[in-house]
Design a protein around this ligand. Structure first.
Ligand SMILES: C[S@@+](CC[C@H](N)C(=O)[O-])C[C@H]1O[C@@H](n2cnc3c(N)ncnc32)[C@H](O)[C@@H]1O
Ligand SMILES: Nc1nc2[nH]cc(C(=O)O)c2c(=O)[nH]1
Ligand code: SF4
Ligand SMILES: [Mg+2]
Length: 237
């Protein structure tokens, strides 16, 4: 039986980011990522030093844990990671749907899967220059193409002026994707630290709002990471 590498399953909590912000959800976080963003806030699901925490789980085991957490009430399950697209989440999504659950997924858009069409929504977060990663736009386009008849949205993290300029160019190339801009969160060293630089986040958020409005750029929604404002960088919320 196929097993998925799972870093953590937690909730119910609220979705803290992007188009489904505020919606109650249970998170299923996959272990492993094909990227190494300089500012990744989920290193415990990326860095192989945390591999010992990742559990191989069947779709049935995952749904069992989600059902326990949700009290058996179907809700939206948020798949994140790491990059969930490097594993086959198709069987889990199909099983969960038979039980009334729906699935949203966060991915950077580097690997396309035919099961993206089962998501609602597919949240694509291409990485700006400050991440140190380079986007493969053919792979990104393949992700959009795979999400036939489902909603895809784009969420870009912005730390600085370079990222902002990049986001404007990228957005111009994808006029039909609803766009969300999110100020970057400089996580203090050590993935086990809950501490955040709240003044830094708020300064970047205010700067980002003012920057976009001064440009008369009115299409994106500009949102902070709500869960970070409430709980800091605490894991499992
Ligand atoms: C941890 S990632 C996992 C999913 C996938 N690998 C991705 O990057 O989209 C989930 C979301 O958090 C965002 N993110 C990661 N680190 C961040 C940070 N330091 N500040 C703000 N957003 C961050 C990512 O851009 C992505 O939208
Ligand atoms: N509450 C909450 N909302 C989130 N939205 C995206 C998250 C992620 O790490 O992928 C996340 C997370 O870890 N917690
Ligand atoms: S792609 Fe996502 S999970 Fe992977 S390193 Fe970047 S932010 Fe972290
Ligand atoms: Mg997070």
């Amino acid at each position: 039986m196929t097993r998925l590498r799972i870093s953590e399953i937690f909730g119910p909590t609220i979705q803290g980011e992007g188009s489904v912000i505020g919606v109650p959800t249970v998170f299923v976080r996959a272990g492993g990522c094909d990227y190494r963003c300089s500012w990744c806030d989920s290193l415990h699901a990326v860095d192989s030093r945390y591999r010992h925490e990742w559990q191989p789980m069947t779709a049935e085991e995952i749904m069992g844990k989600v059902t326990e957490l949700s009290g058996g009430q179907p809700l939206t399950i948020s798949l994140s990671g790491g990059n969930p697209a490097i594993q086959d989440f198709g069987p889990l999504i199909r099983l969960g749907k038979t039980q009334g659950y729906s699935f949203a997924m966060e991915t950077q858009g580097s690997v396309a899967r035919d099961w993206f069409c089962e998501l609602a929504p597919l949240i694509l977060s291409p990485k700006p220059p400050s991440s140190g990663e380079t986007v493969d736009w053919d792979a990104f386009d393949a992700c959009i193409a795979a999400a036939v008849e489902t909603e895809s949205v784009m969420k870009i993290v912005i730390f600085d002026e370079d990222d902002y300029t990049w986001a404007r160019e990228v957005a111009a190339g994808y006029p039909s994707l609803p766009l969300y801009l999110q100020p970057g969160n400089h996580t203090p060293p050590g993935p086990d630290s809950d501490a955040i630089d709240l003044p830094g986040i708020m300064t970047r958020y205010e700067w980002l709002i003012e920057r976009a409005l001064a440009d008369r750029w009115f299409t994106p929604r500009i949102l902070p990471q709500l869960h970070v404002l409430v709980w800091g960088n605490k894991r499992g919320v």
